[in-house]
Design a protein around this ligand. Structure first.
Ligand code: ATP
Length: 333
């Protein structure tokens, strides 16, 4: 099928004492084959929890309590751990947040690549060496540097190494959590260009988790916007970023500079902070911060409504989006 991954009504909770933090509360979205999908939202909206749930590498106090994760036709939310483990690296590779700092300082890069190539991929020393060189070549690092230690690489280079590691066993899907966050804008662009080039050359899919909507605008084909554990808007990148239908997406767009350096309007952060996920507000979870909220928004959960071409939004006022966008930019100036 055209869809590689389909997430349906996913629920993930963290148990803390006798309370449960509903970090992901009914999230649904699709990842078509051969695309880069941006998962975007402020810190604490549940992006990392979704990303980790997809590989089932979750914290000890975390539990997937509902929904389906259909990957390549199989619901991996229900897969026995032994089978799930076989999928990791080979089918789904995960680049964790600050991967570039999680490389072990006492081992060479080659040693760390070998862990995956030999132990996971079953390659002998000769094949592993050839593959390691090939991978370095793919991410634009001189293969002679395989014997270097992590500290001998810059932040951007280490992020390339993390990408090489993820590509090691030729996965169908790479999930990258904030892959360019700590880097300066020029290096960000280089890494994103590289990721795009590899993605299209290899025909794989990528889920790129980021708090920065300008990263999404720069490199993604589709965008999924999360707020307080739910997907509030999703759609093709251009349509969704140029004509967002959810006030949260409008807010995100107005809060970030453009990675291409093009002139944008005034940057206005969204007032307030995401709600507690122990007892989230009723109705639309964004209502307490939304400049356009009506009474209904505080009581009734907005259903996800289809717009055009795979663009959808969960907002009671989505039909007035054009007016809200204009109003939104008036309040900025
Ligand atoms: P960030 O970019 O800061 O990681 P995020 O959007 O990825 O943010 P998550 O890290 O998924 O969000 O966190 C979602 C919610 O789950 C937050 O309220 C967070 O405090 C909570 N959470 C995350 N990890 C744990 C954990 N191990 N135990 C308890 N709560 C957690």
């Amino acid at each position: 099928s055209e869809t590689l991954l389909s997430v349906r009504d996913l629920e993930v909770g963290y148990k803390v004492g006798d309370r449960v933090i509903h970090a992901v509360d009914g999230a649904s979205f699709d990842v078509p084959r051969g695309t880069i999908v941006g998962l975007v939202g402020e810190s604490g909206c549940g992006k990392t929890t979704v990303a980790r749930a997809l590989t089932r590498v979750i914290a000890d106090n975390a539990k997937i309590t509902g929904g389906e994760i259909v990957f390549d036709g199989r619901n991996i939310a229900a897969l026995p751990e032994r089978e799930m483990n076989r999928l990791r690296w080979r089918d789904i590779a995960f680049i964790p947040q600050s991967a570039m700092n999680s490389l072990d300082p006492v081992y060479t890069i080659e040693y760390q690549l070998n862990e995956v190539l030999k132990n996971r991929g079953g390659m002998d020393a000769r094949r592993a060496r050839a593959r390691a060189e090939e991978l370095f070549d793919m991410v634009g690092i001189e293969p002679g540097r395989l014997r270097d230690f992590p500290h001998q690489f810059s932040g951007g280079m280490r992020q390339r190494v993390a990408i090489a590691l993820a590509l090691a066993l030729d996965p169908k899907l790479i999930i990258a959590d904030e892959p360019v966050t700590a880097l300066d804008v020029i290096v960000q662009r280089q890494i994103l260009d590289q990721l795009r080039e590899l993605q299209s050359r290899l025909g794989i899919s990528v889920i790129l988790v980021t708090h920065d909507i300008s990263v999404v605008a720069y490199v993604c084909d589709r965008v999924v916007v999360m707020y307080a554990g739910r997907v509030v808007e999703a759609g093709p990148m251009a349509a969704t970023i140029t004509a967002p239908a959810h006030p949260y997406t409008i807010g995100l767009r107005n809060a970030f500079p453009d990675l291409k350096g093009a002139a944008t309007g005034m940057l206005v952060p969204i007032e307030g902070a995401p709600p507690s996920l122990v007892e989230p507000p009723p109705g639309c979870r964004f209502a307490p911060r939304c400049p356009f909220a009506l009474d209904i928004c505080r009581t009734e959960v907005p259903q996800t409504g289809a717009r055009s071409n795979g663009h959808s939004a969960a907002c009671h006022r989505a039909h007035e989006a054009e007016m809200l966008r204009t109003e939104g930019s008036k309040t900025e100036t």
